[in-house]
Design a protein. Structure first.
Length: 294
């Protein structure tokens, strides 16, 4: 596929950076966002600002969506003004959001009924990775459809992994965020424990970050927690959403996620305390304020 026209739907923390990468690579891009100001910010870089998702998808060979949840995705794709109504026969539709496998399968069926191909390709990585084109894409769907769009996905990604049929990318993304969410809460609890114990925080954290617990996520979030700096790289409320989706999906496979349920409680407490729009590392704040996670 040679320099296709692309529609990009959803220009939030991640989507905005991804769309800019496509513009920087020279692709013709139509953009849509509910908050029009975010779309207009890309007009100077050459994007066409669409009035509706349907308008954005009209004439596009590839339509990409990056939104918050199932509800937002459904609104973006379906209905009279949805992208599916404007998508051309043969277009490849790409859903990069973190969603339930159930909705991904429903959306794939709707795409097929429209004569379109569909790939689920949720991403791992942060705001900075999106801006730098360093995301990891977890793809599900027909290999032939994925191969068609690899040149378009390349400017946004460090890696593209084809995990299997439709829904495989969505499932593995939920597994990924389940592990991340649990680790994040464990890091927060450990840090509060250290702070309340009276030991040297910097030295204690160095033991953890340089030892077995010191994953990239652990290092990143503990640095934000100690600063403290909760400027949003990944919204706390979205991690709560992802943990809820993960619990639901795993239950369907007969696997309870007890640690996810505990972590979700911590995120819900943080949301109730007003931290939902802050970075996910802010999950530590209610623990600090209340003297513990429970």
């Amino acid at each position: 596929m040679n320099q296709p026209h692309i529609a990009f739907l959803g220009l939030g923390i991640m989507g905005g950076g991804m769309a800019r990468r496509l513009l920087g690579a020279g692709f013709a891009l139509a953009v849509y966002n509910r908050n029009r100001a975010r779309a207009e910010a890309l007009a100077g870089a050459g994007a066409r600002v669409a009035e509706t998702p349907r308008d954005a998808a009209a004439g596009a060979e590839i339509v990409i969506s990056m939104v918050a949840d199932d509800v937002a995705s459904r609104a973006m794709w379906l209905g009279d003004d949805g992208a599916l109504a404007g998508a051309a026969h043969g277009a490849v539709l790409v859903e990069c959001s973190t969603l339930t496998v159930r909705w991904i399968n429903e959306l794939a069926q709707a795409a097929a009924a429209r004569g379109c191909e569909f790939v689920d390709a949720p991403v791992t990585g942060s705001k900075s990775a999106a801006a730098a084109g360093e995301l990891n894409l977890l793809a599900g769907g027909p290999a032939a459809a994925l191969d068609k769009i690899r040149p378009v996905l390349a400017p946004m990604s460090r890696s593209i992994v084809h995990l299997g049929p439709t829904g495989a990318g969505a499932l593995v993304k939920l597994v990924n965020n389940f592990v991340c969410g649990v680790q994040l809460v464990a890091a927060a609890e450990a840090l509060v424990w250290i702070e309340r114990s009276g030991v040297d925080r910097a030295k204690a954290l160095a033991v953890l970050t340089e030892g077995a617990p010191g994953s990239p996520l652990f290092k990143t979030v503990t640095a934000r927690m100690t600063a403290p700096d909760f400027t949003a790289n990944f919204l706390l409320k979205l991690m709560a959403k992802d943990l809820g989706y993960a619990i639901e999906e795993a239950a369907g496979c007969g696997q309870p996620l007890a640690t996810a349920a505990t972590a979700l409680d911590a995120f819900r407490r943080a949301m109730a305390a007003g931290h939902g729009e802050r970075d996910m590392a802010a999950v530590i704040q209610p623990m600090r304020d209340r003297g513990g996670a429970g």
